[in-house]
Design a protein around this ligand. Structure first.
Ligand code: UGA
Length: 439
């Protein structure tokens, strides 16, 4: 099939490469010419395991091309995927749909023949029907342009595996032909046994934000449990192991710490509440406001604990922050709790040095005032406090014995339940972890 993918961010670039690997001819479109140049070389504009390999293979075979020209997309493809970003609107909790509307209004007047447009971007429920009407009103092909909604659940750091082997596919459609087209697009994935749920447009739109608010709520709940552990001398590490064995609860996505961040969970939780308010369901959505408040509280708690471990005053203290990305496996620092905590401590006068295995460059750009260094040792040299704020495997494998010789005071705060307290204490460290029993 000939497919266009509009928007080549984390979602679109991965989706385009995955579709090419499924045997389709794919044209990725992005307004950013520099990004398009990079993708044409088969190189991802961000860190994502296995994506470079998949992109390079697609580009080399000729199945995967990139361009800035919507006209080429309209002429080339019979299926168009909308994959543009829908970030939080500045000064509001609602989603900013301007990039999506811009893509729709650029594409629609160019659609001369019948085709299927498929929304993948995360949008407030009710948006899809407006997109469908805008396409039909503005496309020369009119009602023979159809809209489907096919949300994407990929996680950064696992984007390729999640695209090629998702837990499920969701096909929000209004007709049999649209459903059959989506089945053909995803034929190799369906053949591998991945379940597909056929549904309507609003349910498909809701599926995505619903999954994210369920996940966000789960993390805030486990962070609440961690806080209760701290004041009762209980241990959240043991507690989540106990909870995880309950098949109804399960042990995935149950790690407490400095809270969730990134380009998705925080903004989707807020956008869900904003949409619920528009729908007259603001009271019912109050629980999700609390999920957000509890989440932001983790960052403030981490700063408070850090300051108290520095003796009540951060000014002029040397502080090592290990981690800047919002989670391991990614170089993304959007709404990163780690970077937020680092900036707050620096704002209080601490001399903060940050190290991250992949996100150093993005951290420098996002927080130019911070000192970002290239190794764990450089961050920790002379430090009075070491904070571990992103769950990178590299930090779990640090040798606390040799790191103790690098710092000025061996005091560590584990904000991600990453480190083995016994091992660090045995190496002479004063170990503190959110929700951890004080040893
Ligand atoms: C999230 C969803 O997991 C994806 O299914 C979804 O497709 C994506 O958003 C999206 O909307 O595009 P992602 O933002 O890549 O994916 O990251 P997650 O793995 O969900 O982690 C989000 C945050 O929660 C991170 O800051 C992570 O450190 C934190 N987290 C995660 C915890 O604090 N504890 C956990 O147990 C798991």
């Amino acid at each position: 099939m000939r497919i266009s993918v509009l928007g080549t961010g984390y979602l679109g670039a991965t989706h385009a490469a995955a579709l090419a690997s499924c045997g389709h001819e794919v044209l990725g479109i992005d307004a950013d010419a520099a990004r398009v140049e990079q993708l044409r070389l088969g190189v991802a504009p961000f860190h994502e395991p296995r994506l470079d390999e998949l992109l390079a293979r697609g580009v080399r075979s000729g199945a995967l091309c990139f361009d800035t020209d919507y006209g080429r997309a309209a002429r080339f493809a019979d299926v168009h995927f909308l994959c543009v970003g829908t970030p939080q609107r500045p000064g509001s909790h609602a989603a900013d749909l301007s990039a999506m509307w811009s893509a729709v209004h650029r594409l629609a007047p160019l659609l001369e023949r019948g085709c299927l447009v498929v929304g993948k971007s995360t949008v407030p429920v009710g948006t899809a029907s407006q997109v469908r009407d805008a396409l039909r009103d503005n496309a020369p092909a009119g009602r023979s342009v159809e809209l489907a909604w096919n949300p994407e659940f990929l996680r950064e750091g696992h984007a390729v595996e999640d695209s090629l082997g998702p837990d499920r596919l969701v096909f929000g459609v209004a007709s049999d032909p649209a459903y059959e087209t989506l089945c053909a697009v995803y034929a190799p994935i369906l053949a591998s046994g991945v379940p597909a749920v056929r549904t309507d447009l609003p349910t498909a739109e809701l599926a995505k934000v619903s999954a994210n608010v369920m996940l966000a709520a789960r993390i805030s709940l486990v962070n609440l449990l961690a806080e209760v552990c701290e004041v009762t001398d209980a241990d959240v590490g043991d507690l989540i192991e106990i909870l995880g064995y309950d098949g109804r609860i399960g042990n995935r996505f149950l790690t407490p710490g400095i809270g969730f961040g990134g380009g998705c969970l925080p903004k989707d939780t807020r956008a869900f509440v904003a949409r619920a308010e528009e729908l007259g369901l603001g009271d019912a959505a109050a629980v999700l406001r609390e999920v957000d408040v509890l989440n932001m509280r983790q960052r403030a708690r981490t700063v408070d604990l850090a300051v108290s471990l520095l003796g009540g005053r951060a000014r002029d203290e040397e502080v090592a922050v290990l981690g800047a990305a919002f989670k391991a496996g990614s170089d993304d620092v959007r709404d990163s709790p780690a970077l937020d905590v680092a900036c707050t401590l620096a704002g209080r006068g601490a001399r903060v040095r940050v190290y991250d295995p992949k996100a150093g460059g993005n951290a420098r750009r996002a927080a130019p005032g911070l000192t970002v260094v290239d190794t764990v040792e450089d961050a920790c040299r002379g430090a009075a406090l070491t904070l571990v704020l992103t769950d990178w495997a590299e930090f779990r494998s640090i040798d606390p014995v040799s790191l103790a010789d690098v710092v000025r005071r061996p005091v560590v705060l584990d904000g991600r339940l990453s480190l083995d307290p016994d091992k660090w204490r045995a190496a002479g460290w004063d170990f503190h972890g959110l929700g951890r029993r004080v040893g």
